[in-house]
Design a protein around this ligand. Sequence first.
Ligand SMILES: *Cc1c(COP(=O)(O)O)cnc(C)c1O
Length: 370
Amino acid sequence: MSDPLRRAAAILTVDLGAVVANWIQLRDRVAPAECAAVVKADAYGLGVARVVPALRDAGCRTFVVAQLEEALAVRAALGPDSGARVLSLGGLPQGSEAEFLANRILPVLNHLGEIAAWRAFAGGQGRALPAVVHIDTGMNRLGLGPDELDRLAANLDWLQGVDVQLWMTHLACADEFDQPMSAQQHLRFQDALARLPRALASFANSSGIFHGKPFHFDLARPGCALYGVNPTPHRANPMAGTVRLDARVLQLRSVDSPMTVGYGAAHRVEGAAKIATIAVGYADGYLRSLSGRGHVHVDGVPAPIVGRISMDLITVDVSGLPDGAVRPGGLVELIGPNRPVDTVAAEAGTIGYEVLTSLGRRYHRVYAAP
Ligand SMILES: *Cc1c(COP(=O)(O)O)cnc(C)c1O
């Protein structure tokens, strides 16, 4: 059989060493607080099956996902004997209590109904069962709102049977360092904690960590920064890039008269030009909004994407590159040292999170071990 790496249309290289180095940097930054790893959405597209064992071996003891199915995948990746905690942010789907218990997954209880359901289930088990309780301090998305918090504080027996491992909340504007929302949420969280039974607390996502010590509480929950997205926009990125995406040149053609390129004839070439067709498209999560806006790098030199992104292909104007720099069968860089995720995201009109979580399933994946 031919070499899969040589025939691959596009190659996604995940640097697990960089993921681990990023986690260690954040762990040291928040110590003595604990540093969890948010691995929802298949570890932001990088792959839970490889990312979770790498972080476990580096010493990470708490993993966070959004859904029960994801939590089960993390449990499987951890292996049966792992003492690591797995938190599922999306609450307690109806009738799923036994699944949480059997797989040692901590539900994040987001409203009084879920607290009541967990309490009832614990009653049936004849013992208190661990869970996390989410308090909404300004997102208005998930968590106990102000009314529910008042009712809980007035009826603390509603927590009987709920072994609260953590009170948590989530920042709305963590990546904006010059506005007051984060400080307001901090105050509301402190007020809530003062009215509730003592337990550990969790506040900061990636950007929240960079607001400093008072925002670290007992457990930080970084996600994007682990994967190299800049948690401090408008400042230098303190994190290492973790993914590299290279795609194959399928054809190179020279044109020398006015003509158009691609669907919708969206790009018009006026004179002599060289157009390279590259084997990646929106079916790979290479966002269509990069049409006519994105760039690729060849030997460190940028070349503009022209025309529309199609399902499997993009077209790039490589006229500015020396002859021979682009050859059919060669590779160009779409994400990597010259093209950080945040740069690609800016060109696509989105955020690094979306670029990563869109990474396709069709890529040939290579994992560089820590
Ligand atoms: C996704 C998520 C995180 C991680 O956020 P990042 O900005 O990626 O660090 C933390 N906490 C909650 C509740 C989340 O939903």
